[in-house]
Design a protein around this ligand. Structure first.
Ligand code: ZN
Ligand code: ZN
Length: 374
C-alpha cells in the first residue's frame, strides 16, 4: 500500500476535509484507512502541517470538561445522528457536523480529534471497539444529551445547566491563549510557496483520472500510460509480436492497408474522434484530457452505431496521428474530403487508400447503419 491509486477517491477526499479541520494523524488513519506513512507524505503539507502532540482521545474527557463544552459536544453528536439517519456515511456526517459546530460556535475549544473520539464512543467505530455512550432525552429541556450506557442521569443534562449568556472559562481563555482546536488551524500560506503543489490534490486528480479512464473502458496498460504511472516505464514489447504505442498492446492496426481493412463505420468513428482530438490539442489541452474528452464526444455523436470503437483503439489512433505515447513518427493524417467536406483519416503507409468513409456512409447507410435507417 502507499500508492495513491490503491486508495479510493473517497478516502483521499475525506482525508482532505479532515486535515483542513485540524485532524491528527491517528484520527485521519482511523477514518480513512490511509497508512500513516502516506498521510505524513501526502496529506500534510506546508499549508496544513501535522498538528503537534498526541490526539486528545480520552475516555473521560467528556465527563471532566466544562458543562458548556459538554453541551456543545451534545449538539455536535445530535447533528451527527440526524445526518447518519438521513443516510450520510459516518465520516461525512462527522465532518459536516463539525463544520456546523465551527460555524455556530466559532469560539468553542472542542477540537476535531475530540469530536472524532466522542463519535467513536457513541457508535463503537474507528478508535472505539464498542459503543459506550448513548443519547438520553432531558426531561426538562427535551434536548438529547450523551450519557454512559445504562446510566441515564436525567438530572445531569449539560444543555439546560449551561448558562448560555455567560462566557465560559473556556471561551474566556480563547482570548488569551491559543486553544488546541485552533492551534491545529492552518497558518496562512506564504506567498512565495503558494505554487508548491499539494501532493494530496495531485493524488486526488490522479485517482479521479483513473476512475474516468476505467469508466471509458480503457485497458489497464493504457490507463497506466495516460496517468503517467511509474510502472508504465517498465512496459516492454512482447517478444516477436508487433506493437506500436508505449502501452505495447499487441495486434496493432494494419497500417499498410488501413482503409481497406477497417470497417467504414469504424473509420467514421475514428475520424470523428481524431478531429476532436486534434482540435483540443491545438487548444493546448493536455493529450490525456483531449483523449478522454474527444472519445466521449465521438461516442455521443456515434451512439447509435452497431459496433462502437474502443477507447484503446482510439488511443492508438491518437498516438499514430500525433506521434505521441511511444509512436516515433506520424503515421495517420487527417485529410479533408473534396466532395463532402468532412475530415477523415488516411494511413501514410497505404499506397491507395479507399475514399472518404463519410461519403460511403451516406451512400450505404441503409446497410451500414440499419438501426438508424429503421
Ligand atoms: Zn436539559
Ligand atoms: Zn466525403
Amino acid at each position: 500500500m502507499g500508492s495513491p491509486s490503491a486508495y479510493s477517491l473517497r478516502a483521499l477526499e475525506t482525508a482532505r476535509q479532515c486535515v483542513m479541520l485540524g485532524a491528527r494523524l491517528r484520527t485521519i488513519a482511523h477514518i480513512t484507512g490511509l497508512t500513516p506513512g502516506y498521510i505524513l507524505r501526502a496529506v500534510y503539507c506546508e499549508r496544513y502541517p501535522a498538528p503537534i502532540g498526541r490526539p486528545q482521545y480520552s475516555e473521560d474527557f467528556f465527563f471532566k470538561t466544562t458543562r458548556r463544552l459538554q453541551a456543545e459536544a451534545c449538539f455536535l453528536a445530535t447533528h451527527y445522528r440526524r445526518l447518519t439517519s438521513e443516510g450520510f456515511r459516518q465520516a461525512d456526517a462527522l465532518i459536516a457536523a463539525f463544520r456546523h459546530h465551527r460555524a455556530t460556535q466559532p469560539e468553542s475549544t472542542l477540537g476535531f480529534d475530540q469530536a472524532f473520539f466522542l463519535i467513536s464512543r457513541l457508535d463503537g467505530i474507528w478508535a472505539a471497539t464498542k459503543s459506550g455512550l448513548s443519547f438520553v432525552e432531558c426531561l426538562n429541556c427535551r434536548s438529547p444529551y450523551l450519557a454512559p450506557h445504562g446510566m441515564p442521569q436525567r438530572d445531569s443534562c449539560p444543555v439546560c445547566r449551561t448558562d448560555w449568556r455567560l462566557k465560559s472559562r473556556a471561551r474566556a481563555r480563547v482570548r488569551t491563549s491559543t486553544p488546541p482546536a485552533l492551534a491545529a488551524d492552518p497558518p496562512k500560506p506564504k506567498r512565495s510557496r503558494q505554487d508548491v503543489p499539494w501532493q494530496l490534490d495531485l493524488d486526488i486528480a490522479h485517482v479521479r483520472l483513473l476512475g474516468r479512464l476505467q469508466q471509458l473502458g480503457a485497458g489497464d496498460r493504457i490507463c497506466a500510460v495516460l496517468a503517467e504511472e511509474p510502472r508504465a516505464q517498465l512496459f516492454r514489447a512482447p517478444r516477436g509480436r508487433p506493437t506500436v504505442t508505449s502501452a505495447y498492446i499487441s495486434r496493432p492496426m494494419p497500417l499498410a492497408a488501413w482503409s481497406a481493412k477497417t470497417e467504414v463505420t469504424h473509420r467514421v468513428q475514428y475520424a470523428v474522434f481524431a478531429s476532436h482530438f486534434r482540435r483540443l490539442v491545438r487548444l493546448d489541452v493536455t493529450p490525456t484530457e483531449a483523449m478522454c474528452s474527444a472519445f466521449e464526444t465521438a461516442r455521443r455523436a456515434c451512439r447509435d452505431y452497431p459496433k462502437p470503437v474502443t477507447f484503446d483503439r482510439c488511443f492508438e489512433v491518437a498516438a499514430l496521428l500525433d506521434a505521441i505515447w511511444g509512436v516515433p513518427a506520424q503515421q495517420l493524417e487527417l485529410l479533408q474530403c473534396a466532395s463532402c467536406g468532412s475530415h477523415y483519416l488516411v494511413s501514410k503507409a497505404e499506397p491507395h487508400p479507399v475514399g472518404c468513409p463519410f461519403c460511403m456512409l451516406i451512400q450505404r447507410h441503409r446497410t451500414l447503419l440499419p438501426t438508424m435507417a429503421a
